[in-house]
Design a protein around this ligand. Structure first.
Ligand code: F6R
Length: 613
């Protein structure tokens, strides 16, 4: 969840490092630091808090150099303090930044202490710095830094992406990855490293994506990649496709709001390579994709957080449209149990970032099992998940900077709905006329999502009612139960209000005991076959004085439920209603958080990309 950046050039790289760290802040932000190599040796600055604090300190100190590394930290080992902030060093001869977790750090720490190393921080990262130094002192040829680094990395267990500079090699930048992401930026006469291409778009859109086990050495003019044993590796240069405007909030107050309103465009882009004028483009599954999937009987979906909720909605679609039995599970559970894999079962993992440690571990675990194939659904074209899954499906939401996922979620839903329909067609459940209907529905979706966004000012007002509430219940039924779960997750992560979602029919089996005048109950009420049942659930709430806030289909009247607020939303009917219904819930969470004054784009304790377990 930390972010790392490195640069080597024939000019001062400190402004590049600082700008890169600003762009990486979404990954973790309790402290930050940079180190640069120059003729006078290594110089560094570390500060607690946001990158702007570091920027100020670096300017004051007039820090400059042609080769350097930087880091934004999200604490895992040790408190967010200046001492624990990266870079970490060893004997003033090297500086290192790290993203990931070293699992055998205590054993290594003890070993290094017996060799006289003194640890000043509580981090696992300092172990790597000393370990490299230790191998440097053992090496007959101190010049061969690659070998030294490879030896040190060979002793590590766990996940890492690192960047290292040495005092006596002022233009060499070293990097390595195992588990955590690291990309090389390519530009004439300059070399860069970063956890995320986003950090480098200020200087280049040409990237080499490192694979696990890669070690790279960069000078302004050269880039050499080897594996841990020193064997040369080739990683082709790829142009990063998301464009630089993503890192800009434009006129919006927060990235999250910008990303909510970008959803019509994000959905349109996502559909562009999947739906033609009159047919579903199953070619998007790749050469053998459809033939691999056509006859499956079961599907295991695995993901985390918001992506997990997308999987839960998809279960309804796959079962009802394509007659495929689906189980959906969070990756951190799946990866540690011994799941039964029935015959003719495929595995589908969903991850916005494609770098979530638990989801990647689940994918790797699944690849050892007897699945027909593995599918990865992701928003980042160069992500590890995309590289490792057999069948790749991309959402084209554009980079999502706000920690709370919005456009990534709805575009995931779009692709999952599309896939369920593609499978339905391949299995003979969708005739030509029905396919045309589906296609027209998908083409109309961006406008419906835009219309749902038009309720924004009304939702902004009603959000005041929730600001002082400590708790909140979300209710939905059927397809809209996972939508309610996602609404509750959005509210809790950015407004810090405790929120739980229930299938409305479960109310009387326990949670109804919580309902009184102090309990807001937010319901999602589409125009579907469960509406009448939902209405009687809502009666149960209003009879106990619960404060109902309903998001209802335009064609539905819920007056009889005495709702405090009923917001009518166009498009909350039919198969695609879960996508439309998500928009007002995202807006509600956003405005409650805005009124509360929380750090919306960077909520406390959370990070955008959870690359450690
Ligand atoms: C919540 C949120 C998280 C992520 C989860 C998985 O708004 O964004 O719950 O959905 O951390 O992340 P990805 O999809 O990148 O695997």
């Amino acid at each position: 969840m930390c972010g790392i950046i490195g640069a080597t050039a024939n000019r001062d790289v400190v402004p590049i490092l600082i700008e890169g760290l600003h762009r990486l802040e979404y990954r973790g932000y309790d402290s930050a630091g940079v180190a640069v190599a120059s003729e006078s040796g290594l110089n560094h600055k570390k500060t607690v808090g946001q990158v702007s604090v570091l920027e100020h300190a670096v300017t004051e100190a007039k820090l400059s150099g042609h080769c350097g590394i930087g880091h934004t930290r999200w604490a895992t080992h040790g408190k967010p303090t200046e001492i624990n902030a990266h870079p970490h060093g060893s004997s003033e001869s090297l500086a290192l930044v790290h993203n990931g977790i070293i699992e055998n750090h205590s054993v290594l720490r003890e070993k290094l202490m017996t060799h006289g190393y003194v640890f000043v921080s509580e981090t696992d990262t300092e172990v790597i710095a000393h370990l490299i130094h230790f191998h440097l002192t053992q090496s007959p040829s101190a010049e061969d830094r690659l070998t030294v680094i490879q030896k040190a990395l060979g002793e590590l267990e766990g996940a890492y992406a690192i960047a290292v500079i040495f005092a006596d090699m002022a233009d060499h930048l070293f990097g390595a990855r195992m588990g955590s992401p690291l990309v090389v930026g390519v530009s004439s006469g300059e070399g860069y490293l970063a956890s995320d291409p986003l950090a480098l778009l200020q200087v280049t859109d040409q990237m080499r994506y490192l694979e696990n086990g890669d070690v790279v050495v960069l000078t302004p003019d050269e880039c050499t990649i080897t594996d841990l044993k020193g064997k040369q590796q080739v990683r082709e240069v790829e142009r990063f496709q998301h464009g630089d405007q993503a890192a800009d909030k434009g006129s919006y107050r927060h990235f999250m709001l910008k990303e909510i309103f970008e959803q019509p465009r994000a959905i349109k882009d996502t559909l562009s390579d999947k739906v033609g004028q009159s047919r579903l483009l199953d070619e998007a599954l790749g050469v053998d994709g459809l033939s691999m999937l056509k006859d499956i009987e079961q599907l295991h979906i695995v993901a985390c957080g918001t992506s997990f909720h997308a999987g839960l909605v998809a279960k309804y679609w796959f079962e009802s449209k394509a007659n495929i039995a689906v189980s959906v599970e969070v990756a951190s559970e799946y990866r540690y149990r011994d799941p039964c894999v029935p015959e003719n079962c495929a595995f589908l993992c969903i991850s916005q970032s494609g770098e979530t440690a638990d989801t990647l571990a689940a994918l790797r675990y699944a690849k050892e099992k007897e699945y027909v194939t593995t599918i990865g659904l992701c928003n980042m074209p160069g992500a590890t998940l995309v590289r490792e899954a057999d069948i790749r499906l991309l959402t084209h939401a554009g980079i999502e900077v706000g920690v709370a996922s919005t456009k990534a979620f709805t575009t995931q839903l779009v692709v999952l709905f599309w896939l369920a329909q593609v499978m339905s067609k391949a299995r003979g459940h969708l005739n030509k006329a029905q396919e045309l209907n589906v296609v027209q529905g998908l083409h109309a979706l961006p406008d419906q999502v835009a219309l749902a966004g038009e309720q924004s000012s009304m939702i902004e007002k009603l959000a005041f009612d929730l600001v002082d509430k400590p708790h909140c219940l979300f209710l939905g039924r059927g397809l809209h139960y996972p939508v309610a779960m996602e609404g509750a997750l959005k509210l809790k992560e950015i407004s810090y209000i405790h929120a739980e979602a229930y299938p409305a029919g479960e109310l009387k089996h326990g949670p109804l005991a919580l309902v009184d005048e102090q309990m807001p109950v937010i319901t999602v009420a589409p125009d579907d076959h469960l509406l009448e049942k939902l209405k009687s659930n809502l009666q149960e709430v209003s009879a106990r004085g619960g404060e109902l806030i309903n998001f209802v289909s335009k064609s539905v009247s819920l007056d009889e439920t005495d709702a405090k607020h009923s917001i009518q939303v166009e498009g909350m009917e039919g198969d695609l209603s879960p996508i439309v219904a998500s928009i007002p819930l995202q807006l509600l969470a956003y405005y409650v958080a805005l009124h509360k004054g929380t750090d919306i784009d960077r909520p406390r304790n959370l990070a955008k990309s959870v690359t450690v377990e």
